[in-house]
Design a protein around this ligand. Structure first.
Ligand code: BG6
Length: 368
């Protein structure tokens, strides 16, 4: 039931704070992350020498964010691979490989086949899933449910923020077991508990602004998205959402890659979203993204910066600034993606499209 909302997507975006809260609930004990479902797996987590995250679509981008956090916190090498690519080559995996699959539905055939294949090769499998009792968790050794509640709109929104949250919890859990967590990891635990409120604040402060922006841009033919580090998968997700529901050509890039090709696309008036990382986390990375903004601005791009509150460095160069509340380096993407979900929805609405049932797409693709 839409419960008064114009679309399931609108309802589900409004439920993003709750989705994150439900994913975190019951998984913090005395200031540390303890995922009860993973009880008994400590030895496995200490023993693994490699993690491969596998998924499709939006879930794949959540996996890319997960890679950064898992490597930082659990000090284990992590690869992220599209399930249909992983399945049809001859990957080097074995008993010390942990396969982490991510699927909202738990029924995506490409992802299921990757999990089955990995298990046959002797790897251990853990799934992050939103649907209780679905096939992928049933085929996995362990499951961490996101508890985001049913998602009806084809384009994933609240499930995406919940997937990133589950990966952050997994990273903090595995890092605790492996004794690799940095001293300030407790700040991230507190940060995770505070995230729902920050998403709610962001929706409150920026929803109207972003929707207005989207309606002004209803005739736009192409939008680019740039991000660096954990902002890179968010740029990819922003572009995917726009393609999926507003049928506009959109591409996401790693900001550092700009000068190696994509900058050729910049012409006067080209809208570019830039996910600006917090200067508090790395002044260097922040300054590199600000230079990217200057480079594209000099070539006439219309820059829409998604930057944290108080970041004044973007002001002279951005045409629009969307503000996100302050959060830790791996938590920031959960906030940065929210305006991109709102933008894609706003643009599809401005074009009069059905945001819940985009053409040619299905909520869950159960064929290979
Ligand atoms: C696609 C859906 O087919 O499958 C996407 O249209 C989704 O929205 C992707 O991200 C993966 O789905 P799931 O259920 O495995 O997360």
């Amino acid at each position: 039931e839409k419960g008064g909302w114009p679309s399931f997507m609108a309802k589900e975006v409004s439920e993003e704070p709750e989705a994150v809260a439900n994913t975190v609930r019951g998984r913090v004990q005395d200031g540390a992350v303890v995922i009860p479902e993973l009880d008994g797996l400590d030895e496995l987590f200490r023993d693994i020498d490699r993690v491969i995250i596998t998924a499709c679509g939006t879930a794949f981008y959540a996996g890319m964010v997960g890679k950064y956090a898992l490597e930082a916190w659990a000090r284990v090498p992590v690869d992220v691979e599209l399930a249909h690519e992983f399945r049809y080559r001859d990957p080097v995996i074995g008993a010390r490989t942990l396969i982490v699959s991510i699927s909202q539905s738990g029924e995506t055939m490409d992802t299921l086949m990757a999990v089955k294949y990995a298990a046959e090769q002797g790897a251990r499998t853990l799934s992050i899933c939103n649907t209780q009792g679905a096939t992928i968790p049933r085929e996995s050794d362990a499951v961490v449910y996101t508890h985001a509640g049913p998602e009806v709109a084809v384009a994933s929104t609240k499930a995406f923020v919940a997937q990133i949250t589950a990966l952050l919890l997994l990273g903090l859990h595995v890092g605790r077991v492996r004794e690799t967590l940095p001293a300030d990891a407790s700040d991230d635990v507190t940060g995770l508990e505070a995230l729902p409120e920050k998403i709610a604040q962001l929706l409150d402060e920026e929803q109207e602004h972003v929707e207005q922006l989207a309606s002004w841009m209803a005739d736009t033919r192409s939008v680019l998205f740039l991000g660096r580090n954990v902002g890179y998968p968010i740029a990819m997700e922003g572009a995917l959402k726009l393609k999926e529901i507003s049928y506009i050509h959109a591409e996401g890039f790693a900001a550092g890659e700009l000068k190696h090709g994509p900058i050729a696309l910049i012409e006067p008036g080209q809208p570019v979203f830039v996910i600006v990382p917090s200067p508090r986390h790395s002044a260097l990375v922040h300054s590199k993204v600000v230079s990217n903004i200057q480079e594209i601005r000099a070539r006439g791009a219309r820059v829409i910066a998604v930057a944290e509150e108080g970041d004044a460095a973007v002001l002279p160069f951005a045409d629009e600034v969307i503000r996100i509340p302050l959060a830790g380096p791996f938590l920031e993407p959960v906030l940065a993606v929210v305006p991109l979900h709102l933008f894609a929805m706003g643009l599809a609405n401005a074009k009069g499209l059905d945001v819940d049932q985009p053409r040619n797409l299905a909520k869950s693709v159960t064929v290979e």
